[in-house]
Design a protein around this ligand. Structure first.
Ligand SMILES: [Zn+2]
Length: 229
């Protein structure tokens, strides 16, 4: 079932290591087939070097396993919740990549300081609020999805394809699993550059709004003109 989607999700999971976004088995990627209403996700705790397409777990939109013999990623309820909350996304990546996680642990949004950020994110990259004890004790992973969706009441998920979960790490998404990986690599790069910029000049200002919009909209939306047509 879903051989093409499995291949893509496997390739995306292997790219986590290639781009040095993960340590050990931390991190996970999923993809969704919206028509068939099936999600393919990495199994929990399996080494990337051992991972095959057959190890991937197929779920329905309730998060129930419909194919696969391994347990799905422990973050599965977060992925499932986000697919429902953000109807136009096709893939999700979660990592504890070091620069993005440093921002998440500091509880700070990543401010837009330059055009690299502006090319992909039309605002600051938000950090969620801290979770309440009750949200942590019961249905923690589901509540992580809810707190992300709550944060995006103030943002457009299609124009800000990633978030920092407070005290935890980044979740990124995209049109498919590989696009979500691309956004995760960009987020990590932007997080590192923002850190260095603030170290070099603690009074640094966010990018001028006109320049920010110029860069974002030349790559996104109806009037985009970046790249080959
Ligand atoms: Zn995590």
């Amino acid at each position: 079932m879903l051989e093409t989607l499995k291949k893509e999700v496997l390739a995306a999971n292997l790219k986590l290591q290639e781009h040095q976004l993960v340590t050990f088995t931390w991190g996970n990627v999923s993809g969704i087939d919206r028509e068939k209403e099936r999600i393919v996700i990495k199994p929990s705790g399996v080494e990337y070097s051992d991972l095959t397409a057959d190890d991937l777990v197929v779920l329905n939109l309730e998060g129930e396993v419909v194919e696969g013999s391994l347990k799905p990623s422990s973050d599965t309820p977060t992925h499932v919740y986000l697919y429902k909350a953000f109807p136009n996304i096709g893939g999700i990546v979660h990592t504890h990549s070091q620069w993005a996680t440093s921002w998440a642990q500091s509880g700070r949004d990543i401010p837009p300081l330059g055009t690299t950020h502006a090319d992909y994110f039309d605002s600051a990259i938000p950090c969620t609020r801290e979770m309440y004890d009750e949200e942590i004790i019961h249905d923690y992973e589901l509540n992580t999805g809810k707190v992300i969706a709550e944060t995006f009441q103030q943002h457009n998920y299609e124009q800000v394809p990633g978030v920092l979960v407070n005290n935890h790490g980044p979740f990124c998404w995209g049109t498919d699993a590989l696009n979500a990986i691309h956004n995760a690599v960009v987020l990590e790069t932007v997080a590192e550059m923002a850190y260095h910029s603030i170290m070099l000049n603690k009074d640094v200002n966010p990018i001028n709004t006109v320049l920010h919009e110029k860069h974002f909209y030349r790559k996104h939306g109806a009037n985009a003109y970046y790249g080959q047509s």
